[in-house]
Design a protein around this ligand. Structure first.
Ligand SMILES: [Zn+2]
Length: 250
Protein backbone atom coordinates (compact mmCIF):
# COMPACT_ATOMS: atom_id res chain seq x y z
CA UNK A 1 0.00 0.00 0.00
CA UNK A 2 1.29 3.44 -0.88
CA UNK A 3 0.95 6.88 0.59
CA UNK A 4 -2.55 8.06 1.43
CA UNK A 5 -3.76 11.63 1.77
CA UNK A 6 -6.93 12.24 3.79
CA UNK A 7 -8.85 15.50 3.49
CA UNK A 8 -10.62 17.28 6.33
CA UNK A 9 -12.10 20.70 7.00
CA UNK A 10 -12.20 22.42 10.37
CA UNK A 11 -14.94 24.99 10.06
CA UNK A 12 -15.00 27.80 7.57
CA UNK A 13 -14.62 31.52 7.30
CA UNK A 14 -16.32 34.26 5.38
CA UNK A 15 -14.55 37.21 3.88
CA UNK A 16 -15.04 39.51 0.88
CA UNK A 17 -13.45 38.37 -2.38
CA UNK A 18 -11.05 41.31 -2.18
CA UNK A 19 -9.45 39.60 0.82
CA UNK A 20 -8.48 36.65 -1.37
CA UNK A 21 -7.93 38.25 -4.76
CA UNK A 22 -7.47 41.97 -4.34
CA UNK A 23 -9.62 44.07 -6.67
CA UNK A 24 -12.94 45.63 -5.78
CA UNK A 25 -15.38 42.74 -5.43
CA UNK A 26 -16.87 42.92 -1.92
CA UNK A 27 -19.14 39.90 -2.28
CA UNK A 28 -18.61 37.39 0.51
CA UNK A 29 -16.97 34.03 -0.04
CA UNK A 30 -17.44 31.21 2.46
CA UNK A 31 -14.26 29.20 2.42
CA UNK A 32 -13.20 25.98 4.15
CA UNK A 33 -10.37 25.75 6.69
CA UNK A 34 -8.61 22.58 5.48
CA UNK A 35 -6.30 20.12 7.22
CA UNK A 36 -4.75 16.95 5.82
CA UNK A 37 -3.45 13.66 7.11
CA UNK A 38 -0.66 11.94 5.20
CA UNK A 39 -0.18 8.26 5.98
CA UNK A 40 3.04 6.46 5.09
CA UNK A 41 2.85 2.67 5.13
CA UNK A 42 6.09 2.36 7.14
CA UNK A 43 6.89 5.70 8.74
CA UNK A 44 3.55 6.61 10.29
CA UNK A 45 1.20 9.59 10.11
CA UNK A 46 1.77 13.29 9.61
CA UNK A 47 -0.71 16.15 9.67
CA UNK A 48 -0.46 19.17 7.39
CA UNK A 49 -2.05 22.14 9.19
CA UNK A 50 -4.36 21.79 12.16
CA UNK A 51 -7.16 24.32 11.71
CA UNK A 52 -8.54 26.59 14.40
CA UNK A 53 -8.16 26.80 18.17
CA UNK A 54 -11.30 26.37 20.26
CA UNK A 55 -11.21 30.07 21.24
CA UNK A 56 -12.78 30.68 17.80
CA UNK A 57 -15.66 28.33 18.50
CA UNK A 58 -19.16 29.65 17.94
CA UNK A 59 -22.14 27.72 19.20
CA UNK A 60 -24.93 26.79 16.85
CA UNK A 61 -27.20 29.61 18.02
CA UNK A 62 -24.45 32.18 17.49
CA UNK A 63 -23.41 30.96 14.06
CA UNK A 64 -22.03 33.32 11.54
CA UNK A 65 -24.69 35.43 9.85
CA UNK A 66 -24.85 35.70 6.07
CA UNK A 67 -23.35 39.20 6.03
CA UNK A 68 -20.76 38.67 8.73
CA UNK A 69 -16.99 38.41 8.23
CA UNK A 70 -15.31 35.80 10.39
CA UNK A 71 -15.17 32.15 11.36
CA UNK A 72 -17.88 29.54 11.64
CA UNK A 73 -16.39 26.85 13.88
CA UNK A 74 -18.45 24.51 16.00
CA UNK A 75 -17.97 21.72 18.47
CA UNK A 76 -16.84 18.66 16.53
CA UNK A 77 -15.24 20.76 13.77
CA UNK A 78 -11.81 20.66 15.41
CA UNK A 79 -9.25 18.45 13.70
CA UNK A 80 -8.80 16.06 16.63
CA UNK A 81 -12.56 15.35 16.59
CA UNK A 82 -12.49 14.89 12.82
CA UNK A 83 -9.68 12.36 13.15
CA UNK A 84 -11.38 10.45 15.97
CA UNK A 85 -14.52 10.24 13.84
CA UNK A 86 -12.33 8.65 11.14
CA UNK A 87 -10.95 6.11 13.64
CA UNK A 88 -7.59 7.86 14.06
CA UNK A 89 -6.15 8.59 17.51
CA UNK A 90 -4.48 12.04 17.61
CA UNK A 91 -1.89 10.56 20.00
CA UNK A 92 -0.61 8.44 17.10
CA UNK A 93 0.34 11.45 14.97
CA UNK A 94 4.15 11.72 14.86
CA UNK A 95 4.57 14.92 12.84
CA UNK A 96 2.55 18.10 12.60
CA UNK A 97 3.60 20.21 9.64
CA UNK A 98 2.47 23.82 9.74
CA UNK A 99 2.40 25.66 6.45
CA UNK A 100 2.66 28.81 8.53
CA UNK A 101 1.63 29.92 12.00
CA UNK A 102 -1.49 31.97 11.28
CA UNK A 103 -4.34 31.06 13.60
CA UNK A 104 -6.35 29.02 11.09
CA UNK A 105 -3.39 26.73 10.35
CA UNK A 106 -1.93 25.81 13.74
CA UNK A 107 -4.79 26.29 16.20
CA UNK A 108 -5.18 22.54 16.68
CA UNK A 109 -1.48 21.83 17.32
CA UNK A 110 -2.05 21.30 21.04
CA UNK A 111 -4.17 18.22 20.36
CA UNK A 112 -1.13 16.29 19.10
CA UNK A 113 1.08 15.81 22.16
CA UNK A 114 3.34 13.15 20.63
CA UNK A 115 4.10 14.99 17.41
CA UNK A 116 7.15 16.96 16.37
CA UNK A 117 6.15 20.32 14.90
CA UNK A 118 7.76 20.81 11.49
CA UNK A 119 8.02 24.43 10.43
CA UNK A 120 10.28 26.72 8.43
CA UNK A 121 12.69 28.41 10.81
CA UNK A 122 11.92 31.80 9.22
CA UNK A 123 8.24 31.36 10.08
CA UNK A 124 8.84 30.32 13.66
CA UNK A 125 11.21 33.23 14.25
CA UNK A 126 8.82 35.72 12.66
CA UNK A 127 5.78 34.42 14.54
CA UNK A 128 7.55 34.55 17.89
CA UNK A 129 8.51 38.15 17.23
CA UNK A 130 4.96 39.13 16.17
CA UNK A 131 2.66 37.62 18.78
CA UNK A 132 -0.61 39.56 18.70
CA UNK A 133 -2.90 37.00 20.33
CA UNK A 134 -4.99 36.76 17.18
CA UNK A 135 -3.22 36.05 13.88
CA UNK A 136 -0.08 34.87 15.69
CA UNK A 137 -1.03 33.51 19.11
CA UNK A 138 1.20 31.51 21.41
CA UNK A 139 -1.90 29.57 22.56
CA UNK A 140 -1.82 28.09 19.06
CA UNK A 141 1.77 27.09 18.54
CA UNK A 142 3.66 27.20 21.84
CA UNK A 143 2.03 23.97 22.92
CA UNK A 144 5.00 22.13 24.39
CA UNK A 145 6.08 19.77 21.63
CA UNK A 146 9.53 19.99 20.12
CA UNK A 147 10.07 21.86 16.88
CA UNK A 148 11.90 20.65 13.83
CA UNK A 149 12.76 24.02 12.31
CA UNK A 150 13.88 23.59 8.70
CA UNK A 151 15.50 25.93 6.20
CA UNK A 152 14.16 25.52 2.69
CA UNK A 153 13.23 22.24 1.02
CA UNK A 154 12.94 19.24 3.33
CA UNK A 155 12.28 15.57 2.57
CA UNK A 156 10.44 14.50 5.72
CA UNK A 157 10.64 10.74 5.26
CA UNK A 158 13.82 10.62 3.18
CA UNK A 159 12.17 8.79 0.29
CA UNK A 160 10.68 11.65 -1.70
CA UNK A 161 7.11 10.85 -0.69
CA UNK A 162 6.56 14.04 1.29
CA UNK A 163 8.62 17.08 0.37
CA UNK A 164 8.17 20.38 2.15
CA UNK A 165 9.23 23.35 0.08
CA UNK A 166 9.45 27.05 0.82
CA UNK A 167 6.71 29.24 -0.63
CA UNK A 168 7.67 32.41 1.18
CA UNK A 169 5.58 35.49 0.49
CA UNK A 170 2.18 35.04 2.12
CA UNK A 171 4.22 35.09 5.33
CA UNK A 172 8.02 35.28 5.62
CA UNK A 173 8.36 31.53 6.18
CA UNK A 174 5.36 29.94 4.49
CA UNK A 175 5.82 26.39 3.18
CA UNK A 176 3.84 24.01 1.00
CA UNK A 177 3.99 20.22 0.66
CA UNK A 178 4.28 17.90 -2.30
CA UNK A 179 2.88 14.44 -1.68
CA UNK A 180 3.82 11.62 -4.04
CA UNK A 181 0.70 9.49 -4.50
CA UNK A 182 0.21 6.45 -6.72
CA UNK A 183 -1.89 8.52 -9.14
CA UNK A 184 0.66 11.36 -9.24
CA UNK A 185 1.87 14.27 -7.19
CA UNK A 186 -0.42 16.53 -5.19
CA UNK A 187 0.69 19.89 -3.83
CA UNK A 188 -0.93 21.20 -0.66
CA UNK A 189 -0.40 24.87 -1.37
CA UNK A 190 -1.94 26.30 1.79
CA UNK A 191 -2.16 30.10 1.76
CA UNK A 192 0.43 30.91 -0.88
CA UNK A 193 -2.55 30.23 -3.15
CA UNK A 194 -5.96 30.70 -1.57
CA UNK A 195 -8.08 29.91 -4.61
CA UNK A 196 -7.68 28.46 -8.09
CA UNK A 197 -8.36 31.99 -9.32
CA UNK A 198 -5.16 33.26 -7.69
CA UNK A 199 -3.23 30.86 -9.90
CA UNK A 200 -5.37 31.26 -13.02
CA UNK A 201 -5.21 35.06 -12.93
CA UNK A 202 -1.84 35.47 -11.17
CA UNK A 203 -3.34 37.70 -8.50
CA UNK A 204 -2.39 37.78 -4.84
CA UNK A 205 -4.09 38.76 -1.65
CA UNK A 206 -3.42 42.36 -0.58
CA UNK A 207 -2.66 41.00 2.90
CA UNK A 208 0.41 39.06 1.79
CA UNK A 209 3.71 39.89 3.43
CA UNK A 210 5.70 40.26 0.20
CA UNK A 211 4.05 40.85 -3.16
CA UNK A 212 6.95 39.97 -5.47
CA UNK A 213 7.83 36.78 -3.61
CA UNK A 214 4.16 35.79 -3.66
CA UNK A 215 3.91 36.28 -7.42
CA UNK A 216 7.09 34.29 -7.93
CA UNK A 217 5.59 31.42 -5.92
CA UNK A 218 2.44 31.48 -8.09
CA UNK A 219 4.58 31.27 -11.22
CA UNK A 220 6.38 28.23 -9.81
CA UNK A 221 3.08 26.57 -8.91
CA UNK A 222 1.78 27.27 -12.40
CA UNK A 223 4.68 25.48 -14.00
CA UNK A 224 4.15 22.52 -11.66
CA UNK A 225 0.47 22.43 -12.58
CA UNK A 226 1.35 22.57 -16.28
CA UNK A 227 3.49 19.47 -15.77
CA UNK A 228 0.49 17.61 -14.32
CA UNK A 229 0.77 18.17 -10.58
CA UNK A 230 -2.60 18.37 -8.84
CA UNK A 231 -3.13 21.32 -6.52
CA UNK A 232 -5.18 21.55 -3.36
CA UNK A 233 -5.51 25.24 -2.58
CA UNK A 234 -5.56 27.02 0.76
CA UNK A 235 -9.20 28.04 1.03
CA UNK A 236 -11.00 27.21 -2.22
CA UNK A 237 -14.64 26.17 -1.64
CA UNK A 238 -14.96 24.79 -5.19
CA UNK A 239 -12.48 22.04 -4.33
CA UNK A 240 -14.63 20.88 -1.41
CA UNK A 241 -17.99 20.55 -3.14
CA UNK A 242 -19.26 17.07 -2.35
CA UNK A 243 -16.06 16.06 -0.53
CA UNK A 244 -16.82 14.31 2.75
CA UNK A 245 -14.60 14.34 5.85
CA UNK A 246 -11.72 11.89 5.61
CA UNK A 247 -11.92 11.45 1.84
CA UNK A 248 -8.80 9.56 0.75
CA UNK A 249 -6.62 10.46 -2.22
CA UNK A 250 -4.10 7.89 -3.46
ZN1 LIG B 1 -5.46 30.45 6.04
Amino acid sequence: MGIELLRFTCGSFQAPLTFFLGGEDQSLLTSPVPAYLIRHPDKGMAIFDTGLHHRFRREIDAQLGPEEVGFDFREGDELAARLRAAGIDPADIRWVINSHLHADHCGGNGAFPNATIVIQRKELDFARAHIDGMLYADDDFETGQSFLAVDGEYDLWGDGSLILFPTYGHTPGHQSARVRLADGDVVLTSDCCYLARNLDELVISPGNFDREMSLDVLRRLRSMRERGTRMLFGHDPDQWQGVSQGTVLR
